[in-house]
Ligand binder design. Structure first.
Ligand code: AKB
Length: 326
């Protein structure tokens, strides 16, 4: 039987692209987008939901006969540091509501996006293993690490089929990121294609794990469709695409725009990035559910630039503008 899917935080960077992918796969009528803010003239099923409101969540799950929840709503790393306690409260209460409503209402599967932000100073910086120590130093990272443990708890205690990926920075042309430490890696492409200089808020050599949007979406669908017995990790899976630094992505962009002007003015986000891995070991995801990335930096840069060239020429509006969702 086809699932009926509810996506929270649907207007965010990932949700804006995941929703059409889910609709393409399962049928438009089976996928309900939800967000804390409505979108004028939204095409498709949409419900206004603040995921910190358990009663509203329960109401929609019951009324719409929801069978799966993708819970994308969260405050990200950089925004989160402006209001750390609020970030913890919102991120945790929303996810605990999703878990508890899912348990009570008999939801079949839950998707929970975690992040490389769960790692801190104690983890290996290169090829960080899946089972590294988690000692995050942002409110967002602390909430994601706690959420991973709650995911495992609900699986172990109640058999709730919660599945999770630790996303690296997601690079896409379809939607805007908002509030993340890895956002520079999308913004830099927009600047290059518009012929503008770019001021980078990270150091030139600050290498971070990244993934192209198409790979991130495919990974999400593959994880959610994998046989249950293959999902051996019930906290969260490391996921790797291509790791690069600002100077490396600049060099890739200068293959197309040799005069692209980039300067470096590191701010508080540099301190966040410095504690995160340079690269990620995703062998568990590869072994358990067959994960294989398709985009390296070169292919990512080519695809981004070609898509943004079309976008700016045609003035196609960007999808999504929600700072409070993955
Ligand atoms: C962020 O930078 O906060 C996010 C993430 C890596 O989770 N993109």
């Amino acid at each position: 039987m086809q699932p009926t899917i509810l996506v929270t935080g649907a207007n965010g960077q990932l949700g804006s692209v995941l929703i059409p992918a889910l609709r393409g796969r399962y049928g438009s009528e089976r996928v309900i987008a939800s967000d804390i803010r409505s979108v004028p003239n939204y095409r498709g099923r949409f419900e206004l939901i603040d995921a910190t409101d358990a009663d509203r969540l329960t109401q929609v799950v019951r009324e719409q006969n929801v069978t799966q929840i993708y819970h994308l709503a969260a405050i990200l790393s950089a925004s989160g540091e402006q209001q750390p306690i609020r970030t913890w409260n919102i991120n945790m209460s929303a996810f605990l509501n999703v878990l508890e409503v899912s348990r009570q209402e008999g939801i079949d599967k839950v998707f929970y996006p975690s992040s490389i932000a769960v790692f801190g100073e104690g983890a290996e910086l290169d090829h960080t293993p899946n089972d590294s120590v988690l000692d995050p130093l942002t409110s967002y990272g602390i909430s994601k690490a706690a959420g991973e443990n709650w995911a495992q708890y609900y699986f172990a205690k109640y058999g709730l089929d919660v599945r999770s990926i630790r996303y690296p920075g997601v690079i896409g042309h379809q939607s805007d990121p908002g509030g993340g430490t890895t956002d520079y890696a999308v913004e830099i492409f927009h600047a290059a294609v518009q012929g503008k200089p770019f001021s980078c808020f990270l150091q030139a050599d600050e290498r971070l794990p990244m993934i192209f949007m198409d790979d991130a979406i495919r990974a999400t669908l593959e994880l959610m469709e994998a046989p249950k017995e293959n999902i051996r990790i019930r906290t969260s899976y490391n996921l790797a695409g291509a790791s690069f630094s600002p100077e490396e992505v600049t060099a890739a962009i200068r293959q197309y725009y040799p005069d692209f002007d980039v300067s470096y003015v590191p701010d508080y986000r540099q301190e966040i990035a410095a504690k995160w891995p340079n690269s990620i070991d995703d062998s568990a995801a590869r072994g358990d559910w067959g994960w294989q990335p398709e985009y390296d930096l070169k292919k990512m840069a080519k695809t981004m630039i070609e898509a943004l060239q079309k976008r700016y020429n045609r003035e196609t509006p960007l999808l999504g503008n929600n700072q409070f969702a993955a």
